[in-house]
Design a protein around this ligand. Structure first.
Ligand code: FAD
Length: 298
């Protein structure tokens, strides 16, 4: 989330505020994040319900954000709102909201499956006053920045994270099959061909997903426009691989995986989030199908 949000700042309309934040980010002193999902808008992050209001000194912003990773720790949020008087949700603008601005309030805490350290929480933005410096894109160009900047970096980051989970599951399973054994026969789990077959399946699925990310990255050379199709395919493949591989790890390692003696149950829980984080698997399949049939992405 931090990397994607930082990339949005780096590509933003230059301002004194973004220049200062980029220096702070480069020095490791500023954590930023994405605050796109809204109560009511649900997973459809590209269609904000919130709308910016103009007044003589700047803008007023009112929004209910449903999930913000690191909500209470991040110093700033990258948000998306409809432009004043927008005719549709796609007439939007990306905004920078600093967490300590008056009206910004974290209203809950993370109570989820796994991901104990991610701190995703709802955030209320109540009559927040913003200056023109807070506008990160020209008015009406929020949706194209979501597609051109947010989506590519989010796909790369979450695909890499899923590939890391796959790798951890393969390593933990391989280790367990070598170490755990049956006292009655003096044999190890690795001597069971069905468990070796599961490990092989896990390893091949992991490497397929990793190879697809590698291929997508070979064409990703910012600031040149991102190759969206392979990046979307890569996120889809990687998050599905993480679910399949972690599920196989739970089966291959048996009750030991279910307990906390092995890291497998944690990896299994963490892998679930990729599927529901927008763009979800459903959105990704739709986006890929749209690109392949010449339809607009949104
Ligand atoms: C751990 C975690 C961290 C998160 N961090 C952030 C964050 O930092 N910033 C942020 O902005 N958001 C974040 N989110 C929110 C996330 O991106 C989604 O918005 C959220 O998970 C959607 O949940 P929902 O119940 O509203 O899903 P819903 O929108 O209700 O989806 C329910 C089901 O409907 C399907 N669906 C929805 N729309 C379509 C469609 N158009 N076509 C086909 N199927 C569809 C979905 O795929 C899903 O299966 C986070 C979520 C989680 C779980």
């Amino acid at each position: 989330m931090h990397t994607t949000a930082a990339q949005v700042l780096a590509s933003a309309v230059p301002s004194q505020q973004t220049a200062k934040l980029l220096r702070e980010i480069a020095a490791g002193r500023h954590l930023t994040t994405l605050a796109l999902s809204e109560v009511g808008g649900r997973s459809q992050f590209w269609a904000p319900l919130s709308e910016l209001r103009t007044h003589e000194k700047g803008f007023t912003y009112q929004a209910e954000k449903s999930w913000v990773t690191a909500a209470g720790n991040a110093d700033s949020y990258i948000s998306c709102a409809r432009v004043p008087g927008a005719a549709s949700a796609l007439e939007s603008v990306l905004l920078l909201v600093e967490r300590r601005t008056e009206g910004v309030r974290v209203t809950g805490r993370f109570e989820g499956l796994g991901l104990r350290g991610n701190g995703s929480a709802p955030v209320s933005l109540d009559a927040v006053q913003l200056s023109a410096d807070a506008l990160l894109t020209p008015m009406g160009e929020g949706a194209s920045a979501l597609v051109g900047q947010v989506l590519p970096w989010f796909c790369v980051g979450t695909a890499a994270m899923s590939n890391g989970l796959c790798q951890a599951a393969v390593e933990a399973t391989a280790r367990h099959l070598q170490q755990a054994g049956f006292a009655q026969t003096g044999t190890h789990l690795r001597e069971l061909p069905n468990l070796r077959a599961r490990l092989a399946q896990m390893s091949v699925r992991s490497e397929q997903a990793r190879a697809l990310l590698g291929a997508a990255l070979s064409g990703f050379n910012p600031p040149a426009p991102a190759p969206l199709l392979p990046l979307l395919q890569s996120r889809l493949s990687s998050i599905e691989a993480a679910l399949e591989v972690c599920d196989l790890a739970m089966k291959a390692c048996g009750g030991a995986a279910f307990s906390r003696h092995l890291p497998v149950e944690r990896i299994f829980r963490d892998a679930r989030a990729g599927w529901v984080m927008a763009p979800t698997v459903d959105h990704l399949q739709d986006f890929i199908g749209r690109l392949l049939t010449g339809l607009p992405l949104l």
